[in-house]
Design a binder for this molecule. Structure first.
Ligand code: UDP
Ligand code: MN
Length: 243
């Protein structure tokens, strides 16, 4: 009875959204025993994404969780935070869910299927390298004697856990010990750190994966933000799905 993977993907409307989600859904198609939580940064589920989810044969939850209005005017936005918090609340409010592992898979990242095999082993919280991050080209935990003892990152700030969203996974049982502390802060740059500070009890709880953090099985492939407008959906299950 292998643990379920709870794959959480925030997404927002832009020209690249549909191709990115097509790519991600066809990666996830090859991952057995998972539930895809796709949470849109908008007020109503988009029909075009509903039909994509219907077609891709992956068990899914389709929700919306718009970014709070106060951040719409700020230069730096806490991207994907309300959506991830909605997913966390969904998991916490469904205690009947089968045991499993949570992973935040942004819609623009790229994944090697070996990552999903590996994170399924997560007992508490696991960490592993992510490629194409910052000037160094990589973010990674530093492992000594099988233990995570530090991090490689091009920006540490005041972070205890200077890791990217795609650099860790959490067993959902580990979340339920102290549900009141399970939340991602609306603090640009400190989203991962705030979330992990709330749940990680001790350094020895962190499990290094990807062969002792020597392999890169996920990449932070950010698509350049397009200045062109989003193509308006005609609604319904139209031929736009093949656009
Ligand atoms: N995102 C969102 N609303 C936004 C901007 C981003 O829901 O206004 C989502 C996006 O689709 C992605 C995640 O949040 O899954 C992280 O955003 P992005 O990739 O733009 O951030 P970066 O990787 O550059 O930190
Ligand atoms: Mn990204």
């Amino acid at each position: 009875n292998q643990p379920v993977l709870y794959i959480v993907t925030p997404t927002f409307a832009r020209r690249e959204q549909f191709p990115e989600l097509t790519r991600l859904s066809q990666t996830l198609f090859h991952v057995p025993h998972m539930i895809w939580l796709l949470i849109e940064d908008t007020s109503e589920c988009s029909p075009i994404l509903s039909s994509l989810l219907e077609r891709c044969q992956i068990p899914y939850v389709h929700m919306v969780a718009p970014m709070p209005a106060q951040f719409l005017v700020t230069a730096k936005k806490p991207r994907g935070v309300s959506q991830r918090n909605a997913a966390l609340q969904w998991i916490l409010t469904h205690p009947e869910l089968p045991e499993g592992v949570l992973y935040f898979a942004d819609d623009d990242n790229t994944f090697d299927l070996r990552l999903f095999k590996d994170i399924r082993k997560t007992q508490k919280v696991s960490m592993f390298p992510i490629g194409l991050m910052g000037e160094t080209g990589i973010n990674s935990p530093v492992v000594r004697n099988g233990q995570v003892v530090g991090f490689i990152s091009d920006w540490f700030g005041k972070r205890k856990f200077p890791v990217d969203m795609g650099e860790f996974a959490v067993n959902i049982r580990y979340l339920t010990y102290n549900p009141a502390k399970v939340a991602m802060p609306f603090m640009v740059g400190y989203e991962e750190d705030g979330f992990l500070r709330g749940i990680v009890k001790k350094w020895s709880d962190i499990e290094p994966l990807a062969e002792g953090c020597t392999k890169v099985w996920v990449w932070h492939t950010t698509a350049e933000e397009s200045l062109l407008p989003v193509i308006n959906s005609r609604g319904g299950d139209s031929n736009l799905r093949d656009l």
